[in-house]
Ligand binder design. Structure first.
Ligand code: ZN
Length: 300
């Protein structure tokens, strides 16, 4: 790329990011009240479903947020169905009541699951200063690396982020960032809605998911997201889970539903990949500036 071309690309990026911050409501993902988890959608850089998903194959990613202890149930079900998932861990929560322990996360990793980062303590990142965001994101990633994990992927708490957050996530060495919601379901009648994510078109730091899975979600509802993606040209369908339990939490998927869903994915031969493997990229070390607690520029 020539210098002028790269400058042009950089200015286009600035325009795109500005649009991202200005756009407020997801095209079709709807909003869900905040609830101490990620069940919300915020900024929607894709606007009106701008990234079409039609690039052939349907790929499913199974993601689990917030280091809930009940996710060991999910890990057992994944193993039983020969699947792997991505667990976005808040390192500051490990060992607390109702949360996973470090030993349990090590077992998740040994089973082939991806361990991603989700900040130290799950704040609303855009409400924080850049330095505070850097502390939450970089120091969480540093802690995960120190424990021997390979954090390439990040998920925004509550799905909330802005232009600064994206720059910090990139500067802390993450290859991707996942939002919360943004994909429309079969029941949504909108014509311009996004039904599956196009990773290449959207870029690695603003990737959308189906709405966070609630306790009321049925097996048919879960499979319908995959079926509609298949019918409409493919793309990435990432599911976002929190607790795995029968009635412990509004955002807890029932174990029997999850078992049925994993069994369906296996029987259908659906491609299921860890989020970081869908996006690609290698494990990056902590950037030097971030390691010293100094400013990290957007391009770092
Ligand atoms: Zn979360």
């Amino acid at each position: 790329m020539t210098l002028s071309a790269s400058r042009r690309a950089a200015s286009l990026l600035v325009v795109a990011l500005t649009a991202a911050v200005l756009a407020v409501v997801t095209a079709c993902g709807g909003t869900v009240p905040g609830h101490g988890n990620d069940a919300g959608t915020t900024t929607s850089p894709g606007g009106q479903g701008g990234a079409s998903a039609g690039h052939g194959r349907t790929v499913v990613s199974l993601t689990f947020d917030d280091a809930w202890a009940t996710q060991t149930v999910a890990a057992d079900l994944l193993r039983a169905h020969h699947l792997v998932g991505t667990f976005y861990i808040n390192s500051g929560f490990l060992g607390r009541p109702k949360r996973l322990t470090r030993t349990q996360v090590e077992a998740l990793a040994r089973a082939g699951n991806e361990i991603g980062g989700h900040t130290l303590t799950h704040p609303r990142l855009p409400t924080l200063s850049r330095a505070a965001q850097r502390h939450q994101i970089c120091d969480d990633r540093r802690a995960l690396l120190a424990m021997g994990f390979r954090p390439r992927s990040f998920a925004y708490p509550y799905g909330m982020y802005d232009r600064t957050t994206i720059a910090v996530v990139r500067g802390c060495g993450y290859d991707s960032a996942r939002r919360s919601g943004g994909l429309a379901g079969p029941a949504d009648r909108c014509t311009q809605c996004l039904r599956a994510e196009d990773v290449r078109a959207t870029g690695p730091y603003e990737l959308r998911t189906t709405p966070a899975v609630r306790r009321s979600m049925t097996l048919d509802a879960l499979t319908s997201y995959v079926r509609q993606a298949r019918e409409r040209g493919g793309g990435l369908v990432a599911f976002q889970f929190h607790n795995v339990c029968d009635g412990c939490d509004e955002w807890g998927v029932r174990p029997d539903v999850l078992d049925g869903f994993f069994g369906w994915l296996e029987a259908q031969g659906v491609t299921v990949r860890r989020f970081g493997d869908v996006v690609g990229g290698s494990l990056r070390p902590m950037p030097r500036a971030a390691a010293r607690g100094m400013a990290v520029s957007a391009g770092a």
